[in-house]
Write a protein that binds this ligand. Structure first.
Ligand code: 5GP
Length: 145
């Protein structure tokens, strides 16, 4: 059974340009921006434009586009932040920890000497988020096509 899509969810509103975000990447099928409550520095989200609540509701083409963008943005985040490792996650359903009902992939850099912050807990300073977005955008510009 597919979950019903609520077109007023926060990512739908960001996708329509009704709410701001620190956008780092966009193509025909996906958009990526900095997570407003990052678990670590450089935490970014890749959001398919397709209206799907979760992975189960996403088309195969949408899934392929999403993982392609996730790999590309993750490469740029790695270049920009030089983390020791990186976690890529995607939550399906409230019971799994999903808080925004529009499919998205988390790119969470991990640093050996820094504990991870709580999920969707503490809003980052906007100037810091902006600077982080600029770093990723600069790294993306240097990636081979
Ligand atoms: P989920 O829990 O659904 O997997 O993840 C949702 C993510 O979206 C959380 O990491 C949360 O911090 C982030 N988030 C929630 N509201 C906003 C917002 O308005 N803007 C941005 N950029 N991120 C958001």
């Amino acid at each position: 059974m597919q979950a019903e899509y609520d077109n007023q969810n926060i990512f739908a509103r960001i996708l329509r340009g009704e709410l701001p975000c620190f956008k780092i990447y966009e193509d025909a099928d996906t958009i990526a921006f900095m997570d407003i409550m990052p678990q670590t520095d450089g935490h970014a989200l890749v959001v398919p434009k397709e209206q799907a609540v979760d992975l189960f509701g996403l088309s195969e083409a949408g899934a392929a586009a999403a993982i392609k963008s996730t790999q590309r943005v993750a490469r740029a985040v790695r270049e920009a932040f030089q983390p020791d490792g990186m976690v890529i996650t995607q939550f399906n359903g409230v019971a799994a920890g999903q808080t925004v009902p529009h499919i998205h992939f988390h790119i969470v850099p991990r640093y050996a000497d820094q504990p991870i912050r709580g999920h969707a807990r503490e809003q980052q300073d906007m100037a810091v988020l902006k600077e982080h977005a600029e770093r990723v955008i600069a790294a993306l510009a240097k990636l081979p096509a």
